[in-house]
Write a protein that binds this ligand. Sequence first.
Ligand SMILES: *Cc1c(COP(=O)(O)O)cnc(C)c1O
Ligand code: SF4
Length: 319
Amino acid sequence: MTQSIPLFNSKKQFKIAHLADLNIDDNSPFPLKVPDDFMLQMDLTDPNDPLLKQVLPLKIENQTATGFSTDPVHDLDFTPSPSLIHKYHGRVLLIASPKCDIHCRYCFRRHFPYASHSNTRHWQKALEYIQQDNSIHEVILSGGDPMSLSEGSLVRLIQKIEAIPHIQTLRIHSRTPVVAPSQAPITEFITWAKQSRLNKVLVVHCNHANELSEKTAKLFQQYKQAGFHLLNQSVLLKGVNDQVPILENLSHALFAQGVLPYYLNQLDRVQGSAHFEVNNSTALSLQQALRKKLPGYLLPKLVTDISGVPYKTELNKNQ
Ligand SMILES: *Cc1c(COP(=O)(O)O)cnc(C)c1O
Ligand code: SF4
């Protein structure tokens, strides 16, 4: 039977077959939020659709699981200024926007106090911090999702970053180009990029080949022509992409659109996401099987974020 649930911040309803069997949580503090482009890539008659599973709030998220917390990577311990995380050598991460176009159920920032940590008021302080430390050569815009800012605000921010002489590279981590390509910045942003002195990297976030479309292909092409290097990071998710053919297909589909796989992240152990976890030994076997199928440049690094460790750690047999 088909049922409807309302979408957060939208008059639209989400019509899904077999909804009654899914144990939806209508009252989640992190409500259902899905952009139209992403919805169009789903098969809403299939309750196991790999895209649907990434966004549907389920009651199971309310169960507490041992080892899962609200700030699993302890980012809050590394904030020299409210919207800035300086944890890795030479790179800082700036939380440019508190919002996302989508609410991914497994998101490690789902409990992060965004509102108090990403306010344009904080940018000035963050920029001053960056200005004063010339060991920093790369600024990473993250979030939330930096591409959920208005295009004007985004461009003004990156122009301020560009004005700091020791910054060589601007990196943007965003899920918008994949989940909401029609809303991604393309005018002022591309004009800026074409004449910028900075090295430019865009790390998109795609977990399954079904997320890619002609719209994403066209957008990626525009970013590439503007001088961006395109990389992808995925999160390994049980029931979504924890199978060799799915991951193999994802790498090829990304490459066909001009994107190289970068990281395959083990899930951060954030409260509410335990049902998505793939254990380390399964993750390693998947990676081993993938290694036999893919050229080296299409094999993402299987990494995990260990709190207190100032780099992404490649998974190995001892973990
Ligand atoms: C992941 C991450 C980075 C970037 O790491 P790379 O290995 O350079 O991709 C930087 N800062 C923080 C806090 C991170 O979590
Ligand atoms: S787009 Fe990224 S930051 Fe936003 S909810 Fe999804 S995983 Fe989290």
